[in-house]
Design a protein around this ligand. Structure first.
Ligand code: BES
Ligand code: ZN
Ligand code: ZN
Length: 511
């Protein structure tokens, strides 16, 4: 889909459909909904009047009404899209509503869609009146671009019913701010969709080698440096934990290093950010093999890596004034004659010895070496993303991903960015009193907790061993990387979760 920005009058814009958002302004819980259009045009108000007065349309989030041949408007249809309660009108509600608009246009075979920039003058007394125009423009473009794709690339019966173009029609008065938000939104959404496309690929197509090729091609395209190493380098660097996982597969592993240098050389003591991703292109569990039921989903065990590659895609274009190095540890976790086994003791690059209790806890092993390596490359602040534990789903369901950190200030930067990214995350404990979980009798640490309880924190505590004093944030996205239940604004499949928030975290260092 190609997104365009047009400054002018929405009613005079010729298109198969024009989207106008609507909010429910009713504040009395016991009274009927009171939908109001987020648009000041009297033509649009007159056309929609009968529908809105009928009580049929409640303006709830995800609700759509279509009026054909609307009087006084150049577009062939008026698509009225609910955003929910006016008091809940946030940029994120608009992000979702824009996704709803695109997905419902797609289902109707509409290939060109216009969206009228929301006007909130009618909502003066309510919270939406203070929407920031840059963030609003950005959220609408992101929602639309993220809502558009269906992950049916491999289906012979795919409909090919893409919405080909989207035009955001905005008022002149906020031109510069809206233009900025629009440009950022396109960049960020492209990055998220890039990550999703990687996650969508099956394990037989996207091997570690192929992931390396795609990362390299993206970097060449984006003006980033990229080095892709394999078995020799991993052994040469003494990455014993990463290698233990990798050696059980006929597919060679990939250690991918992507570097972004800001346009102006930063000061000597300026931060260097390390973005580390878990890139297990398929996780069978290894010798501690997983049950067959649902194992096919383990192709998305590289979603952390995809999130980082996606973030680098955007960073190359947004050009923040901070150096960023991304390290991807990619391997396939397989049972094999040469595979690592429960009971094995491996030595990580840091020198820490690890008792392998369960070969299915492989993500923390590859990340242990990735995080340590990032420090040796000069990273002063670390963030990693990983589909690390099933336990994070038990703890948080699938509405918030997990955030763990050893440093409040660095973690707060991340949490602050959520207001811009519109993603939801919850900080989980990762304090030293949990270190008992990973204590081993015969090595420095073991790769599982003592029992299933607090499993997501056990995983985080393991990673924490390898970051030392370096401020670090760990994102456990296992519960959100794959969208199982389609939503009106988001299809089934890869979500691209965390890409937007990682980008904001990086930008916070440049501000
Ligand atoms: N890749 C899995 C975690 C996962 C589970 C991702 C569900 C996405 C959806 C990870 O490698 C794993 O298997 N973790 C184990 C750890 C355990 C053996 C300590 C788990 O969560 O069961
Ligand atoms: Zn596993
Ligand atoms: Zn895994």
């Amino acid at each position: 889909m190609e997104s365009k920005l047009f400054f002018g009058d929405a009613t005079a814009f010729a298109a198969p459909a024009l989207t106008v958002f609507a909010a429910d302004t009713q504040t009395d819980k016991n009274a009927d909904p009171q939908p109001a259009l987020l648009n000041a045009s009297t033509f649009i108000a007159t056309t929609a009047h009968t529908l809105l007065a009928s009580g049929e349309f409640k303006a709830s989030l995800g609700e759509v009404a279509v009026l054909h041949a609307p009087a006084g408007i150049k577009a062939e249809r008026l698509l009225i899209v609910g955003i929910g309660k006016a008091k809940d009108l946030t940029a994120d509600a608009l992000r979702r509503a824009a996704g709803v608009a695109v997905r419902s246009a797609k289902a109707r075979g509409i290939r060109d869609l216009a969206i009228a920039f929301p006007e909130t003058a009618s909502l003066t007394q309510q919270s939406g009146a203070s929407l920031d125009s840059t963030l609003t423009a950005r959220a609408i473009i992101e929602g639309a671009e993220i809502g558009e794709p269906d992950w049916d690339t491999y289906r012979s019966d795919r409909k090919g019913r893409a919405v080909e173009s989207l035009t955001l029609i905005a008022p002149e008065s906020q031109r510069a701010n809206i233009q900025r938000g629009f440009d950022e939104g396109r960049t960020v959404a492209a990055a998220q969709n890039f990550a999703r496309a990687l996650v969508n690929e099956p394990g037989n197509v996207l091997t570690p080698t192929e992931l390396g090729k795609r990362a390299k091609a993206m970097c060449d395209d984006s003006g980033l440096q990229c080095e892709v190493y394999s078995s020799d380098k991993i052994q040469e660097l003494k990455m014993g934990a990463f290698w233990a996982v990798a050696k059980g597969s006929a597919e060679p592993p990939a250690l991918i290093v992507m570097t972004y240098d800001p346009p102006t050389a930063p000061a000597k003591d300026a931060p260097v950010l390390g973005l580390v991703g878990k890139g297990i292109t398929f996780d069978t569990g290894g010798i501690s093999i997983k049950p067959a039921d649902g194992m096919e989903k383990m192709k998305y065990d590289m979603a952390g890596a995809a999130a980082m590659i996606g973030a680098m895609h955007a960073i190359a274009r947004l050009k923040p004034a901070v150096k960023v190095i991304s390290i991807i540890c990619s391997a396939e976790n397989m049972p094999d004659g040469r595979a690592y086994k429960p009971g094995d003791i491996v030595t990580a690059m840091s020198g820490t010895t690890i008792e392998v209790v369960n070969t299915d806890a492989e993500g923390r092993l590859v990340l242990a070496d990735g995080l340590h390596y990032a420090k040796t490359l000069g990273c002063t602040h670390l963030i990693n993303a990983a589909t690390l534990t099933g336990a994070i789903s038990i703890a948080l369901g699938s509405l918030n991903f997990g955030v763990f950190s050893n440093d409040d200030a660095t973690c707060e930067r991340f949490m602050d960015g959520l207001a811009v990214s519109g993603e939801k995350a919850w900080r989980m404990p990762c304090t030293d009193d949990y270190r008992d979980h990973i204590k081993s009798e015969i090595a420095d640490i073991m790769n599982t907790g003592k029992n299933r309880y607090g499993g997501a924190t056990s995983g985080a505590m393991f990673l924490k061993e390898f970051v030392g004093d370096t401020p670090w944030v760990h994102l456990d996205i296992a519960n959100m990387a794959w969208n199982e239940t389609p939503k009106p604004w988001l299809p089934y499949g890869p979500s691209g979760i965390a890409v937007r928030s990682i980008i904001e975290w990086v930008r916070s260092f440049a501000a």
